[in-house]
Ligand binder design. Structure first.
Ligand SMILES: Cc1ncc(COP(=O)(O)O)c(C=O)c1O
Length: 374
């Protein structure tokens, strides 16, 4: 078989199924339904691996909602910070539930939603997030309604609500404290609702996450209020399943050894830059060995994936495997500098590699303009 040229994202089927097994345990013990958050991962070519253990998808836009409906099926939840009239009409044709971000959007569109269950996003004013950038309860947040009077006004129009208040939360105790706050503050409303989504941002699939403890908390919450709970895992569904495989194009020296690879953090793993985090690499050790900075090939001065101690001296042509490259990568990749877009491949459980997406110069060109007749 012809070797796939780098760069490419490589999804490991066995690891993805391993995550699904962990999510299935949460579902079984909590009674919650699990919706894949497409904003994090929307590589629909592998949805067949996820469908048996997840109940559907949740979205942030008309396109995501439609993609979920067309490629995942099962239950389709539509949420958007703001809908236009045109989008709302389309979304209401195939969504099972539409969650509005504000009272004004709910009031405006409710008359058009007679066949769809409506919900509203509530901003509980508390959250677990180490990043201000991703904190849904940050000061002046536009994400969800905050006023109890607004919730009272919304109640006759809704059958459910969404609270998204976590970001990379591994701490079940901290989650429980926040959920108790929500119970105390909104209990009278929860009693009247049929369903609640508790959003995403919880690290269900990390090794030390207390899945049984978490499930017990959700089960008790759901039984107390007679609610169907939905959870919206994004990152947790795909964490540690995928790598970005690259090749060293050049090695330069400026106080440290810098290996330039045929990918770009700005174009192919932009979340790391946004959140000022470093990538980690296969084949490195904690200290010693051969230290290198792994840098991208774009012109951005800080196009740096990170530093690592490699077991051997790197050479031009060596493969560098960047770990944990599934969440918020393929959905955000871009054509900055016209850098070659990574393909997407799946390492099947039987060891066969299958390419599921490739982009070419024509995609780059088409994305910028159409031909004009001048
Ligand atoms: C409403 C909502 N649901 C789900 C998610 C998915 O979160 P994560 O990928 O951290 O699990 C997010 C992330 O921002 C979100 O805003």
């Amino acid at each position: 078989m012809k070797k796939l040229s780098t760069p490419y994202y490589l999804i490991d089927e066995k690891k993805l199924l391993g995550n699904m097994e962990k999510l299935a345990a949460i579902k079984k013990h909590s009674g919650a339904k699990l919706l894949l958050a497409l904003k994090c991962f929307a590589t629909w070519g592998v949805f067949d691996l996820m469908k048996p253990d997840m109940d559907g998808t949740t979205s942030s836009s008309y396109y995501e909602a439609r993609l979920g409906y067309e490629t995942f099926g099962k239950e389709t939840h539509a949420y958007s910070v703001a809908y236009s009239d045109e989008e709302l009409k389309k979304v209401s044709l195939f969504s099972d539930k539409i969650i509005f971000n504000s009272l004004s959007q709910l009031q405006r569109f409710y008359p058009e939603c007679s066949d769809v269950a409506c919900g509203i996003r509530i901003n509980p004013g508390v959250s677990h997030s180490d990043f201000d950038l991703a904190d849904p309860a940050r000061k002046f947040s536009r994400l969800g309604i905050t006023s109890v009077t607004d919730i009272e006004t919304a109640m006759p129009m809704i059958s459910g609500a969404m609270f998204h208040f976590n970001c990379e939360n591994e701490d079940v105790g901290a989650f429980e404290t926040l959920l108790s706050h929500i119970s105390c503050k909104y209990g009278t409303f929860l009693d009247q609702l049929d369903w609640v989504s508790l959003g995403g941002g919880i690290s269900y699939t990390e090794r030390n996450f207390d899945r049984l403890g978490f499930s017990g908390i959700i089960k008790a919450f759901s039984e107390k209020y007679g609610l169907q709970v939905y959870l919206e895992p994004g990152e947790a569904a795909v964490a540690h399943t995928t790598s970005l495989v690259t090749t060293v194009l050049d090695i330069v020296e400026n106080d440290k050894m810098i290996a330039v690879v045929d990918a770009s953090i700005e174009a192919h793993m932009p979340d790391l830059l946004v959140y000022r985090e470093s990538a980690s690499f296969e084949g490195t050790i904690a200290a010693g060995g051969y230290p290198y900075q792994i840098a991208g090939r774009s012109c951005l001065a800080a196009d740096i994936f990170g530093d690592g101690y490699f077991k051997k001296e790197l050479q031009v042509g060596d493969t560098i495997v960047i770990k944990d490259a599934a969440g918020y990568t393929m959905v955000k990749k871009n054509w900055f500098n016209g850098v070659k877009m990574p393909s997407v491949a799946v390492m099947r459980a039987d060891g066969q590699m299958e390419v599921i997406q490739e982009s070419f110069y024509s995609d780059y060109k088409k994305g910028l303009s159409k031909e004009l007749r001048i």
